[in-house]
Design a protein around this ligand. Structure first.
Ligand code: G16
Length: 542
């Protein structure tokens, strides 16, 4: 007979979910009761779970399998009728969203620290996604957090581990456990959105691509979809085997961390198209031959060309972007005569807009792009939409982007990150900026139109989110935005976003660091970055 163990526990400090769930060092999660407290807080906060189905999976990082066993035993003790688990514990974040929606489950638990490194001394994370398939909104994460501060007991089944390494139906103390192929449902959804025949023809015609899965979760998805289904040559997917430590890599698809791919795309005889995805498969980086597409430009280009893909042929309802993302997509929305929305950072803020049918495409500067097909950003989806556009337009990536700039103007953009700075210094810097009143002042060649701390009222449910980033907006529309990362696990990361609109095609070829040099200097001076953090240069520039 299986028994439910009632285990006495006490709250841990700091189990407050950040931008995307609870992210901490693996060793923090390995403390007795730490994961259990948080999982019980989720189950206690989401309503009656009896008889319901839950989806569970993760990005394959270290601690994934053992956390899944704990969650399965706790789900059984909580009264779930069934848990669906990706084979081997693998489930990309967008595929989790797809499966939650397709099988109408009571949401899911995703184990990932996204683009953060993995391994015994690195990061782990957990988040709950709601039945609509998206990250829990702030009301739910607040309730989960509140529960963690008062928890005194959790319940777990006292049974042996269940096999999650092979597809099949099993039982765990009366609860059904279905281990499923994590790729199949997702691949089918992609096939329903894109013109796979056109993409197949593109590859058959000799088009060359490299996809860097960074030894993270997208490997199996990319191998099946790009190589097996779409006929790209074997080897198109690099670093395709998910590893618990991502092969000692940092699975963040940007110019710094996806260096193998970047070298190839900017080297001799580069392929036509390059792309990378992150730890849990929701982010993407897009490269052409000798050309980098910023995430903000990628959103705008995809929005302008989306009707190439059958899934978007009837047009877009609206476009949403996070506040620090450049306004390039707004220009496309204006030209299409549809609404654009500016939300705080965090995919969860797009959920209500997508559910209400107000937005079709969404994007963030942090390498996130997606649509209403799921409720997460989706790395491989963005790559496939780009492939569909390339198959339809038959032009190089760089030409498509340059033509886009010529038509809409270029929102020249860069993000400067100062990672691992002292938390008190970072908070002090933000407080300093919050206290400034700059309206009407001249900084270099720029006059300040207004400065504020971005606040957002959700147009669908009326919920209000404050303190979402300091904006300094100039009279010519140029902007500097400062915010602290909500996804780091060590110290604080200051992000500075710099943007300037350039209508003149003759100036579109300039390096953004040169074009933005004065604004970059203004940002450093106004925020007193060096004096307050000791850093004279950012850690990462994208
Ligand atoms: C998470 C969220 C994204 C958000 C990003 C911001 O990404 O899911 O929607 O844009 O965090 O990160 P930060 O707060 O560090 O700027 P991910 O890919 O880590 O889940």
């Amino acid at each position: 007979m299986t028994t439910v163990k009632h285990v006495a526990t006490t709250p841990f400090d700091g189990q407050k979910p950040g931008t995307s769930g609870l992210r901490k060092k693996v060793r923090v999660f390995q403390q007795p009761h730490y994961l259990e407290n948080f999982v019980q807080a989720i189950f206690d906060s989401i309503g009656d779970v009896a008889g319901k189905t839950l989806v569970v999976g993760g990005d394959g990082r270290f601690h994934n399998r053992s956390a899944i066993q704990t969650i399965l035993k706790m789900a059984a003790a909580a009264g779930f009728a069934k848990v669906m688990v990706g084979k081997g514990g693998i489930l990309s974040t967008p595929a989790a969203s797809c499966v939650i929606r397709k099988y109408k489950t009571f949401g899911g638990i995703i184990l990932s620290a996204s683009h953060n490194p993995g391994g015994p001394d690195e990061d782990f994370g957990i988040k709950y996604n709601i039945p609509a398939g998206g990250p829990a909104p702030e009301g739910v994460t607040e309730a989960i957090y509140a529960r963690t501060t008062e928890i005194n007991e959790y319940r777990i089944l006292d049974v042996a581990d269940v096999d999650i390494e092979s597809v099949g139906d099993r039982s765990l103390g009366g609860m059904a456990v279905t281990v499923f192929d994590p790729v199949a449902d997702y691949a089918e959804l992609m096939g329903s959105l894109f013109d796979f025949d056109a993409i197949r023809a593109l590859f058959a015609g000799g088009f060359r691509m490299r996809f860097d899965a960074m030894h993270a979760v997208t490997g199996p998805y990319a191998s099946v979809i790009l190589e097996d289904i779409l006929g790209a040559p074997k080897g198109t997917v690099m670093n395709g085997i998910p590893l618990e430590d991502f092969g000692h890599g940092h699975p963040d698809p940007n110019l710094v961390h996806a260096h193998d791919l970047v070298e190839e795309m900017f080297g001799p005889d580069a392929p036509d198209f390059g792309a990378a995805s992150d730890g849990d498969g929701d982010r993407n980086m897009i490269l052409g031959r000798d050309f980098y597409v910023t995430p903000s430009d990628s959103l705008a280009v995809l929005a302008a060309n989306a009707t190439c893909a059958p899934g978007y042929a009837k047009g877009l309802a609206g476009i949403a972007r996070s506040m620090p993302t450049s306004a390039a997509a707004d220009r496309v929305a204006a030209a299409l005569g549809i609404k654009s929305y500016e939300t705080p950072t965090g995919w969860k803020f797009f959920g209500t807009l997508l559910d209400a049918g107000l937005a079709t495409l969404c994007g963030e500067e942090s390498f996130g792009t997606g649509s209403d097909h799921v409720r997460e950003k989706d790395g491989l989806w963005a790559v496939l939409l780009w492939l569909n556009v390339l198959a339809a337009r038959k032009q190089p990536v760089a030409d498509i982007v340059r033509e886009h700039w010529a038509k809409y103007g270029r929102n020249v953009y860069s993000r400067h990150d100062y990672e691992g700075i002292d938390t008190a210094a970072a908070n002090g810097l933000m407080d300093h900026l919050r206290g400034l009143s700059l309206k009407g002042q001249t900084l270099g060649a720029y006059t300040v139109a207004f400065n504020d701390d971005f606040a957002y009222t959700d147009p669908v449910d009326g919920s209000v989110s404050t303190k979402q980033g300091i904006r300094i907006v100039f009279e010519d529309g140029s902007r500097i935005v400062f915010r602290l990362s909500g996804t780091g696990t060590e110290g604080a990361t200051l992000r500075v976003y710099i943007e300037q609109y350039e209508p003149d095609p003759a100036k579109h070829g300039a390096d953004p660091q040169d074009a933005l040099a004065e604004l970059i200097k203004i940002a450093r001076d106004v925020a007193e970055i060096e004096a307050r953090t000791g850093r004279s240069e950012p850690t990462v520039i994208t």
